[in-house]
Design a protein around this ligand. Structure first.
Ligand code: ZN
Ligand code: ZN
Length: 396
């Protein structure tokens, strides 16, 4: 593996040297080691080459930027082209760094890109791309002073209520655990201790990443290469927020149905870096009632009637969500027949309307436990000898 070159060292300039400083340093060294002035001196010739190479990279804004970012410069494009200044093994076949850097340094592009590189083998281009995406993707995160405003995430809770609460509405207090702005640092994440040494890079501003046998030196993503971080708030470890038990009072409107999803704005997790909080979503589960069934805003109920009631007609009392209601069933009511009680259903949770109650009749024959009942029923059978299945015979 080729030795990593430090072009700044070669030119004897600091990493923040201006283009003018670099040009001056190069000229001075180039004059000193120029082959014409040092005939036959192999060491001077090598030195001259190194200095020229360093000037070639650092004197070019784009190349210098890349060198600063990844610790070396390669302009090798396709496989088989001349190896870059790093020597053999540094020619990344099919991996176009300048293209890569353009994509990742465009302000606002910021995302992690994992698009496949069709020219690169998975072992080469894909791997590097992933490594770089990781680093570039992490830029600006981790240090309390570098938080971009980030919206807090939403929370989702289930609220179980009984049937009557769903009909009449209710007040519910929900205990939730949410990430809330830290009360010590008011959400900034910053401690009172000024700046501290970045723990990620131990203050060097650089981190080393291995990719197979390759070493990369990158700007530390946590401190952006500064080596320093604002000291973290001790209460929230610099997060700016912390988990807290909170309660949320909600009004459940009359008529709410099972599976309703309610949104309570701003009651989700707190945002970061001044970002707005997420929302709280409440999923409502309504317990079943022993005999009232809901179908939208309608209530469905099955009501048993006696044979005389069904046959002769009757005014019967049926349960509704308002209490008892009178239902008139006509003479000759059949098993399974349905009747509608208007506006005895559920109040609509949004509109000023009410559903209906649908009453389905189930005819209950008497228990013929005594001789007198059996006698009457036999008499009834003699009076009505017609076959109740007569209609079926014509169809089989
Ligand atoms: Zn804090
Ligand atoms: Zn660092």
């Amino acid at each position: 593996m080729a030795q990593r070159k430090d072009y700044y060292e070669t030119l004897g300039v600091s990493r923040d040297a201006s283009p003018d400083d670099i040009r001056k340093a190069y000229r001075k060294l180039a004059r000193k080691y120029h082959p014409d002035l040092n005939p036959g001196d192999k060491a001077a010739e090598d030195k001259f080459k190194s200095v020229s190479e360093a000037n070639d990279i650092l004197g070019d804004e784009k190349k210098r930027k890349m060198f600063d970012q990844v610790g070396f410069y390669s302009d090798s494009g396709a496989p088989g082209s001349a190896p870059g200044p790093g020597g053999p093994g540094m020619g990344f076949g099919g991996f176009d760094f300048s293209d890569f850097l353009n994509q990742h340094q465009t302000p606002g592009s910021g995302g992690r890109r994992r698009a496949p590189n069709p020219e690169a083998s998975p072992a080469a281009g894909g791997g590097f791309r992933d490594i770089f995406s990781q680093f570039f993707g992490q830029r600006g995160q981790g240090g309390p002073q570098t938080h971009e405003p980030e919206k807090g995430s939403d929370l989702e809770y289930t609220l179980n209520i009984d049937f009557w609460q769903s009909i009449k509405g209710t007040q519910a207090r929900m205990n939730i655990s949410r990430q809330d702005a830290c009360t010590t640092c008011y959400g900034s994440g910053a401690g009172s201790g000024g700046t501290i040494t970045c723990p990620e890079c131990s203050g060097t501003g650089n981190v080393t990443q291995m990719a197979g046998a390759m070493r990369f030196t990158l700007n530390c993503p946590r401190c952006n290469g500064t080596g320093k971080l604002q000291s973290a708030c001790p209460a929230c470890n610099g997060e700016g927020r912390m988990a807290r038990m909170d309660y949320v009072d909600t009004r459940i409107p009359p008529g709410v149905s099972n599976g309703t999803r309610m949104r309570i704005a701003g009651k989700g997790n707190a945002g970061l870096g001044g970002g707005s909080p997420g929302d709280l979503y409440i999923n409502i589960r309504v317990a079943e009632h022993p005999f009232f069934d809901r179908d939208g805003d309608n209530i469905e109920i099955t009501v048993p009637v006696s044979v005389p009631e069904a046959a002769l007609g009757a005014k019967i009392e049926v349960p509704t969500i308002d209490g008892r209601a009178l239902l008139k069933i006509p003479m000759g009511t059949q098993n399974g027949q349905k009747f509608r009680l208007r506006e005895k259903g559920v109040p609509n949770a949004r509109k000023e309307t009410r559903g209906d109650q649908i009453v389905q009749i189930t005819v209950q024959p008497p228990k013929a436990n005594d001789e007198r009942t059996r006698e009457l029923l036999r008499e009834l059978a003699e009076l009505h000898p017609e076959d109740p299945r007569a209609e079926m015979w014509g169809k089989v």
